[in-house]
Design a protein around this ligand. Structure first.
Ligand code: GLN
Length: 379
C-alpha cells in the first residue's frame, strides 16, 4: 500500500464518536448539532425530492446555488464575488481544504499550520505532498509569537492555513494578528488558505474578519467554508472555495477529478438557506451565545478551568488536576465511567500537550444540561 497512507492515524475526533456510541455516552466530541436545520430548509428539501433535480449539476456548482452564495458572501465579506469565476462548490469544507492544498502545493512545499489545529490539515498536507511547519498557539490564551511566525515564513512556505474562528481553541484572531499575518504573507509571497466555517458563530464583543477582505489579500487568499455549521446541515456536505479567478480555474479541475460535484438536489434545496435575511444569522448567534453561557456556567460550577471561546462551539478544558498525563485514556474513562465524550487535546497539538480536552456545545440545551449533570460525578 502507499507510503502516504502509512503515515495516517485514524481521526481521533471520529474515533471518539465511536467510543461515545459504544458506551452510550453523551457525545460532546465530534462537533455537530443534535438539533434540526430550520423548517423552511427541510421543506425545501422535501420539495426538491419530488421535483426533477436529480442528475449532476455543473461540476463547479449549480448556477443558482453559486449565484445565491456569491450574493450572501459578498454581503458578509464586503467584497464583490463573481459566481462564474471565483467559486467552486465542494463536498463540504473538507474537500474545499483538500482541493485548495492540491491547487497550490507541489510535493515538498512547506505550509504553515498553527498548532493546535483541526486534524484534517495534517492529512491534507500528506495527501498533497506538502510539509507542515507548525507555529504554536500557546495555551491558555492561544497567542502566537510574531518572531516564531516570521521564522516559519522565512522558510518560504507556499501557504499558511488559518482556521478563524478557530477549531479547537475557539480563538478569534484579532485584526492586529490578521494584519501581521497579511504583512508576512505579502513579504514572503505566500498564499493564505482560510478555513472560515465558523464565520457566523462568534460571541460578543468579537467580530469575524474575512481574511480575503483585508487590503490586498483577495489575490492571495483561498477562502474555504461550508453550510454545515451555519445552517446545521453537516450531513449535506456542502462547502465551497472562494478565490481569484486564476486560482479557481485550477481548483475547478482538482475538484472535478476528485468528486465531479456536490449533491445537486441538496444544492438546489440549500438555495433557500442562502437567501435567508440577516435576522437568521443574528438568531443563530443568539442560540449559540445561550449554549455557550449554559455550558461555561456549568464548567465554572464544577470548578473546571477552561479558555473562554470567542467563536466556534468548542471549549478546551484543563484536566491536569486529575493527574491527567494521558488525555486519550482520560477521555476513554470519561466516556465509559461518566458517560460524556470529549476529544483528547493531543489530537490537535503538535507539541506534547496532554492536559487539555475539547468539548463542543452544539447540542440542545437539555443535552448540555444532562452532560453537566453527569460531569458532576467527577467532583
Ligand atoms: N469539525 C467538527 C469537529 O472538529 C467535525 C469534524 C468532522 O468529523 N468532520 O469535531
Amino acid at each position: 500500500l502507499s507510503e502516504r497512507t502509512e503515515q495516517f492515524t485514524d481521526s481521533v475526533i471520529r474515533r471518539m464518536t465511536r467510543v461515545a456510541n459504544q458506551y452510550g455516552a453523551i457525545n460532546l466530541s465530534q462537533g455537530f448539532p443534535d438539533f434540526d436545520p430550520p423548517d423552511e430548509l427541510k421543506a425545501a428539501l422535501k420539495k426538491v425530492a419530488e421535483g426533477s433535480v436529480h442528475q449532476y449539476a455543473v461540476t463547479w456548482g449549480a448556477q443558482n446555488f453559486r449565484q445565491a452564495l456569491a450574493e450572501k458572501q459578498a454581503r458578509f465579506m464586503g467584497i464583490p464575488i463573481d459566481p462564474e469565476t471565483q467559486i467552486v462548490v465542494t463536498c463540504g469544507s473538507t474537500e474545499a481544504m483538500m482541493a485548495a492544498m492540491m491547487t497550490v502545493c507541489n510535493p515538498q512545499d512547506k505550509v504553515i499550520v498553527f498548532s493546535p489545529f483541526y486534524e484534517n490539515y495534517a492529512a491534507d498536507a500528506i495527501l498533497s505532498g506538502a510539509e507542515p511547519i507548525y507555529v504554536p498557539l500557546k495555551p491558555p490564551h492561544f497567542h502566537f509569537d510574531a518572531n516564531e511566525l516570521e521564522a516559519a515564513f522565512a522558510q518560504h512556505p507556499k501557504a499558511l492555513i488559518l482556521c478563524n474562528p478557530s477549531n479547537p481553541t475557539g480563538k478569534v484572531f484579532s485584526p492586529d494578528e490578521l494584519r501581521l499575518i497579511a504583512g508576512l504573507a505579502e513579504k514572503y509571497d505566500s498564499f493564505v488558505i482560510a478555513d472560515e466555517v465558523y464565520e457566523h458563530i462568534i460571541y460578543e464583543p468579537y467580530r469575524h474578519t474575512y481574511f480575503a477582505a483585508l487590503p490586498g489579500m483577495f489575490e492571495r487568499t483561498i477562502s474555504c467554508s461550508s453550510l454545515s455549521k451555519t445552517y446545521s446541515i453537516t450531513g449535506w456536505r456542502l462547502g465551497y472555495l472562494i478565490a481569484p479567478a486564476y486560482i479557481i480555474e485550477r481548483a475547478k479541475k482538482v475538484h472535478d477529478f476528485l468528486t465531479v460535484g456536490a449533491a445537486s438536489p441538496l444544492q438546489e434545496a440549500a438555495v433557500t438557506a442562502l437567501r435567508f435575511e440577516n435576522g437568521y444569522y443574528k438568531q443563530l448567534q443568539k442560540i449559540y451565545e445561550e449554549k455557550r453561557s449554559l455550558f461555561l456556567e456549568g464548567l465554572k460550577r464544577l470548578n473546571l478551568p477552561f479558555t473562554v471561546p470567542q467563536g466556534a462551539y468548542y471549549v478546551m478544558v484543563d484536566v491536569s488536576e486529575f493527574g491527567c498525563t494521558d488525555d486519550l485514556r482520560f477521555c476513554e474513562w470519561l466516556a465509559r465511567e461518566v458517560g460524556v465524550a470529549a476529544v483528547p487535546g493531543s489530537a490537535f497539538f503538535r507539541e506534547d500537550i496532554r492536559h487539555l480536552i475539547r468539548f463542543h456545545f452544539a447540542k440542545k440545551n437539555e443535552t448540555l444540561e444532562a452532560a453537566l449533570n453527569r460531569l458532576e460525578s467527577i467532583r
